[in-house]
Structures are given as C-alpha cells and as structure tokens.
Design a protein around this ligand. Structure first.
Ligand code: NDP
Length: 265
C-alpha cells in the first residue's frame, strides 16, 4: 500500500499537538503514514487542498469546521446534526465527515458522574458538545457573554442566559467552553458570578489545554477538582484515528501512544 498522508487544517495550526499525536501512533504501530499541518486562510479552499495534497484524512480546527462540514460528500448523522466537522476521511474518491470533538469531550467528563452542567460560552465547541450531552441525558444550561449566539441553543431547548439575565443556582459541573484565558488572562464570566456558583459546584472543567487558565486557577482557590482540555484533545484524536484507519485499530490501543505527545516537547 502506498504511504498514506494526513494533515491538520486550521488557522493557526503551529501550536497544535495533533501532528505529534498521530505520528507517534503511526511510528508505534509501524504504519507507513505521516501527518502534517496546513495553514489554511480561506476555508472555502479546504476540499481542493485536501484533494490536491493527496490526503487520506484530515482534522480540521478553528475556524474551518463549518467549511469542513460543507466540503464533504457524506456526513455522519451527528456531524450532520451539529453542522461542524473536525475529521475527514477519503474513501473511493469521496469525502466522509465526522465530529469527534463532542464524543471526545463526553468521554473526558464521564468520570465525574454529574448530570447538571453549566456551559460558559456558546461557540462552535459548545454547540457540538451540548448536543451530545443532551442526547446522553445531561441537563445543560448555557451562559454566554452576548445574546447573539444563544438563539440556536434556545431553539434546541437549552436554558440560556447572558451575564445580565443569569440567576445563580447549583450546578454539578461548570465548564469553560470559551476562548477566555487561551491567549489572555480573562475569566469566561464576571468574577462576581463565578464567585457565587463555583463554591457550590462539584468540579470545574476547561476545554483549553496546555496552560492553567484564570478560570481553573479560581476553581483551585475554592478547592474544587479541575480538569483541562488535554483529555478532550487526546480522545477526539484517538476517535479520529479509528476513522482514519477504518476501525482497524481500537481506541484503547491508540490512546497510550498518543498520550506520549504530552510527555514530549
Ligand atoms: P468560538 O469562537 O466558536 O466561540 C467562542 C466563545 O467564547 C463564544 O461563546 C464567545 O462569546 C466566548 N468568549 C470569547 N472570549 C471571551 C471572553 N473574553 N469572555 C467571555 N466569553 C468569551 O470558539 P470555539 O467554540 O471554537 O472554541 C472555544 C474553545 O474551545 C477554544 O479555547 C478552543 O481552543 C477550545 N477547544 C478545545 C478543544 C480540545 O480538544 N481541548 C477542541 C476544540 C476547541 P461571545 O458569543 O460573546 O463572543
């Protein structure tokens, strides 16, 4: 079989651990394959680039997941439902699209055994993960800085608030789904709201990985268990790998090799 090529598309892509994660698995399993990164500025060119690069598969990150959704010939039902694709696989010349962020996130939080959760943020990641949690019977409330993005969630039956309309209650998990804290020292919601709800929660989770965000720092000050976005990233990657290899390798077999990406710098 000829060498298989994979890539990450996004803007930016230089910071991503995905190439290292996948290349470590290819090496460990002795597969003749490699995974690179492609800085894509114009998302409408995604399909063309994918094909001209001769890729077998790709992951897609910010801000092109909706373009990836439109680039595919076939969509998995969950990707279809949430309108965002982060994994594409080519089979017999046609592109198949999947969303592995949301199942990755579901696995990452399942150990907490909590059902009533508050999402801080209403962007693309919140959209996909709220949908899968609702399917699994979680009760998800959305709190977002501005009202614009909440309408979609409201139509899907989620309780939605802005900072101005929010009335504190007890949530078992509080999850930062925003990019606040990624490149700055911002909290995802006003300190007075967080100071009211964090003391009553069981644990705080952030989807940002690779750094301690102001949100997780605040949670630790309140002696709450915390978790960053590392497991979500690993799990979405291991699920994507299963699709890339048409299920020849299972999640549990792949994961330990991917985990090494976080031991190397
Ligand atoms: P989007 O751009 O789609 O959404 C951003 C959200 O963050 C919006 O709700 C926005 O609110 C809110 N926001 C941004 N800045 C602030 C701020 N300073 N204060 C309060 N709210 C803010 O982003 P995504 O959903 O694509 O990504 C969100 C995060 O998820 C990113 O940090 C990304 O790195 C992370 N992520 C992690 C993954 C992993 O594997 N660990 C996978 C995918 C994403 P508003 O509507 O008011 O603008």
């Amino acid at each position: 079989m000829p060498k298989q090529h994979f890539a990450l598309f996004g803007n930016p892509v230089s910071h991503s651990k995905s190439p290292l994660m996948h290349n470590l698995v290819f090496g460990a399993l002795g597969l003749d394959a490699c995974y690179g990164r492609y800085l894509l500025e114009d998302g409408t060119l995604l399909r063309e680039k994918f094909l001209t690069l001769g890729l077998k598969g790709a992951n897609i990150t910010v801000p092109h997941k909706e373009h990836a959704y439109r680039a595919c010939d076939h969509l998995d039902p969950f990707a279809q439902k949430v309108g965002a694709v982060n994994t594409i696989v080519k089979r017999e010349g046609e592109l198949y699209g999947y969303n592995t962020d949301a199942p990755g996130f579901l696995r990452a939080i399942s150990a907490f055994e909590s059902r009533k959760v508050l999402f801080l943020g209403a962007g693309g990641t919140a959209q996909a993960t709220a949908a899968i949690l609702a399917e699994e019977g979680y009760e998800v409330t959305i709190l977002n800085r501005s009202a614009g993005r909440l309408e979609k969630f409201r139509q899907q039956g989620f309780a939605c608030y802005t900072f101005e309309t929010f009335r504190p209650e007890v949530f078992e998990l509080i999850i930062n789904m925003t990019s606040a804290g990624l490149k700055d020292e911002a909290l995802p919601a006003p300190a007075e709201i967080l100071e009211t709800i964090i003391p009553q929660t069981k644990a705080c989770i952030d989807v940002i990985y690779g750094k301690e965000t102001p949100f997780l720092r605040l949670a630790k000050q309140h002696n709450k268990p915390t978790k960053d976005g590392t497991d979500m990233l690993l799990y979405q990657g291991a699920i994507a790998f299963e699709y890339f290899m048409d299920s020849k390798y299972r999640f549990d077999e792949v994961l330990p090799h991917m985990q090494r990406a976080f031991e190397l710098n």
